[in-house]
Design a protein around this ligand. Structure first.
Ligand code: F6R
Length: 256
């Protein structure tokens, strides 16, 4: 893991955005893995601002991490709708090349297997954008998810249902299930870009970077990933024991 501690989430998102945009400049057929939630919104703005300034996203393909199970893609809280509104509608990407797991699939296991096969056929994910849950989840891989899990139907924890209730009229409206790429699926991305902002992520960030590798904290699997860049703001980095070293190392990178 390479850890970057920036003063603000804006600054971190700018640097992460530059990384994604440079990759697309070099390889216009980049395959992106994408996340929803509040964390990547500024990164997505960096991406569509670059696109509107001329960067070509027309050949980029994408696979989203997850989708609520039981929500129609048109539902205001579906992740398909979130992605269209917060990113895809602002890019010159071909919408048919943007994939979000099917939250209405009747044969969910078959749809999940097909999603994995399609990702493989696309050459695999080049850059996977990730956020972290306050309990260490990535995608909808809650604590207890196998570190070799694949795309599948998962049961949300009461905590995640409570956390996400703010987006629905009432807590009972939050779906109880989701389709999510597995931790093992995420681990196959060539590069992972993990963004974590705010004090409520500090404990999960500490576990991810300095805790033991355990399915109790699914994000900790990234310690075994060959190329993960972690962008933190000061608040999210607050509990890290080695934060002075991470700052020093990012100012003095070992790439000569
Ligand atoms: C959503 C996803 C989740 C979020 C996580 C953090 O696609 O993958 O794991 O990244 O719940 O959410 P925010 O960014 O809203 O704090």
């Amino acid at each position: 893991m390479e850890i970057f501690i920036l003063k603000t989430a804006e600054e971190a998102s700018r640097i992460a955005g530059r990384f994604v945009n440079e990759a697309i400049k070099k390889n216009p057929k980049t395959v992106l893995g994408l996340a929803t939630g509040s964390t990547p919104l500024m990164l997505y703005k960096e991406m569509y601002t670059a696109c509107q300034a001329g960067l070509d996203y027309s050949q980029v393909r994408s696979f989203n991490l997850d989708e609520y199970y039981g929500l129609d893609p048109q539902h205001p809280q579906s992740y398909r709708r979130f992605m269209n509104e917060n990113l895809f509608n602002h890019l010159n990407i071909d919408i048919n090349n943007t994939r979000v797991p099917d939250g209405l699939a009747k044969d969910c296991a078959a749809a999940c297997a097909q999603y994995e096969a399609d990702m493989k056929a696309a050459g695999g994910v080049d850059i996977q954008v990730l956020g972290i849950g306050s309990d260490g989840h990535i995608g909808f891989n809650e604590p207890g998810s196998s570190l070799v899990s694949r795309t599948r139907l998962v049961t949300l924890t009461p905590q995640t249902i409570r956390d996400n209730a703010r987006f629905f009229e009432k807590e009972e409206d939050v779906p109880r299930y989701a389709v999510s790429m597995g931790v093992g699926t995420v681990m196959e991305a060539k590069t992972c870009l993990m963004l974590c902002f705010g004090a409520n992520k500090a404990k999960a960030v500490k576990g991810m970077i300095e805790g033991g590798i355990s399915q109790f904290n699914p994000a900790s699997a990234l310690q075994m990933h060959p190329h993960t860049l972690v962008f933190l703001d000061e608040a999210a980095a607050a509990d890290l024991e080695l934060k002075d070293y991470y700052r020093w190392a990012s100012e003095h990178p070992a790439t000569l």
